[in-house]
Design a protein around this ligand. Sequence first.
Ligand SMILES: C[S@@+](CC[C@H](N)C(=O)[O-])C[C@H]1O[C@@H](n2cnc3c(N)ncnc32)[C@H](O)[C@@H]1O
Length: 279
Amino acid sequence: MKPNESSRTALMVARQRAAHQVLDHGSILYDPFAMKILREDEKEVLQFANGHPLASIGRLFTAARSRIAEDALSRAVETGIRQIVILGAGLDTFALRNPHGARQIRIYEVDHPATQVWKRQRLAEAQIALPPWLILVPVDFERDDVGEKLVAAGFQQNSPAFFTWLGVVPYLTEDAIGRTLDYMSSIQNSEVVFDYMEPPEAFSEELRQLERERTELLKKIDERSVSRFEPAGMAAILRSHGFCAIEDINFQGIASRFGRAVQGLAPGHLGVHVVHAKH
Ligand SMILES: C[S@@+](CC[C@H](N)C(=O)[O-])C[C@H]1O[C@@H](n2cnc3c(N)ncnc32)[C@H](O)[C@@H]1O
């Protein structure tokens, strides 16, 4: 990311979520704030969704990874977890939709300082108040110590926490990924849901060209996807950080579970995975 600019990919993902509400009726992830959080000139999501023949695949993955994370998070809250940390939150609206308000959970949204300022501005413009359980923590994963910043914001290191880390790992260096995993694994009984990308060879033929074009676009906006992993390599990294229960769901698994909910889903598969790991 450019140091003083908010994340452009965060906006792209938010528009995918809004398109999912309009085209697929939010059947994977129902999000009444998805459209509200967009500015007037960004609300043309149908044009955006139909702008590329394969956009349906991105929409499926965006909605499904949030759904998988939020389902796991709800189970964790049932078992007593009261701290939720949304790493690289972008325009995620979970904190606004929080179905666990009565259980006194605290939600920490951690994001790049520039993206967080931008989110605050658009929430204010849309007249959406920050809920009392939400704490915003500005952190640059490449430079800052995420633990220090969380503790300064009131996070209890001795209590368990559920982390989501969606659409972020590909943009970080392996060093920043390792330090963040180290921190999460230092919290007893922590859990995390995140997604990662495989090298381009894992993408189906029809999607490889799209992936090349996306890589070029990301280079131009200075949000390169720099870190890619083979599934076995990712499992080894997680085990080396002490995560034991590891569930890795590949794109085919996601498509067979949620694909029917996406209108006009294009053929092909991405080399992307969603992981739920417990410490
Ligand atoms: C593709 S967006 C995903 C946003 C959100 N998780 C979602 O699914 O809507 C990537 C997010 O990662 C954040 N990010 C990227 N690099 C970062 C860094 N070095 N430090 C902190 N956040 C970073 C961006 O600010 C952005 O919010």
